[in-house]
Design a protein around this ligand. Structure first.
Ligand SMILES: [Cu+2]
Length: 278
């Protein structure tokens, strides 16, 4: 193969790797080895975040390539040897208008989908189910006011307690269980210091603040287990308070809620708030 052929081959396999690998490597619900892109989408919000990210990547790469080509032209055609007598041109109205108007148009093209995405994230649609997460040093507790009012703590599973297939440092004893294809209103607060409730595959990350009730939402499209982590430095065991969400069919969720209500009733008051027995 000629030198040009080798260069073209390397360039094309590099660009193929750049665009195809992230899709292949990004896990859904949890990180994967050598992951280069955002986690896969389990909700419509995360799908929008991913496509907005791809759209921005296309714009950024085009700008980088355009500037690179301009730099190469300047370096080759207008260096001292190739062009010993430089032009004395100092203004060109057309180019000046273009380099003002084109960036403005690019920014407007970015702003429109960006605000649309923000609106989708921030406006909580009519909810089918409300679940409340409370951040503690260093675990989460969950409350289900709509299902007869019960709540429970969710603690990190120690390495020796992991079952086959459970990821280390992400699995918990009591998962947050929700139905698929339902709008879940997620209320988030904290009992002691600031925490942050974040699940990458849902596209949510919201502060858990003592004395304040924050709200976000998600609608999971496929059954499965999705993991997240506290995303606000909250003390010694900040890295050890994972979030595990199990999405079940509506029927399985109802069965789980009925059994969980019996199991956790003793630790909750009439409103489903947790009574700390420790
Ligand atoms: Cu925390």
């Amino acid at each position: 193969m000629s030198r040009k052929g080798v260069a073209a081959c390397v360039a094309s396999s590099f660009s193929a790797a750049l665009f195809l690998a992230p899709a292949a490597l990004a896990g859904t619900g949890q990180p994967s080895p050598w992951q280069m892109n955002l986690q896969g989408a389990a909700t419509p919000v995360m799908e929008s975040i991913r496509s907005f990210n791809t759209f921005l990547l296309v714009i950024i790469i085009s700008i980088v390539l355009f500037v690179l080509v301009l730099l190469a032209i300047v370096a080759v055609r207008f260096n001292e040897r190739a062009n010993p007598v430089p032009s004395r041109t100092s203004h060109n109205t057309l180019i000046e208008v273009a380099w003002t108007v084109v960036p403005v148009m690019i920014l407007v093209a970015i702003a429109i989908p960006s605000f649309r995405l923000l609106h989708l994230e921030l406006r909580v649609p009519a909810a089918d189910l409300t679940v409340k997460a409370v951040g503690h040093q260093w675990y989460w507790s969950y409350e289900y006011p709509d299902n007869g009012g019960f709540g429970f703590d969710s603690m990190l599973l120690q390495d020796q307690d992991l079952k086959a297939g459970q990821p280390r440092l992400l699995s918990v004893d009591n998962e947050l269980v929700v139905p698929v294809n339902k709008v879940i209103r997620m209320q988030v607060t904290a009992a002691d210091v600031i925490h942050s409730f974040a699940v990458p595959s849902f596209g949510i990350k919201i502060d858990a603040l003592p004395g304040r009730l924050n709200e976000t939402w998600f609608k999971i499209t496929t059954e499965g287990v999705y993991y997240g982590q506290c995303s606000e430095l909250c003390g010694r065991d900040h890295a050890f308070m994972p979030i595990a969400v199990r999405a079940l069919s509506e029927k399985d969720f109802e069965a789980w809620a009925a059994s969980a209500k019996g199991r956790f009733a003793a630790s909750s008051d009439a409103q489903g708030r947790l009574v700390d027995a420790r």
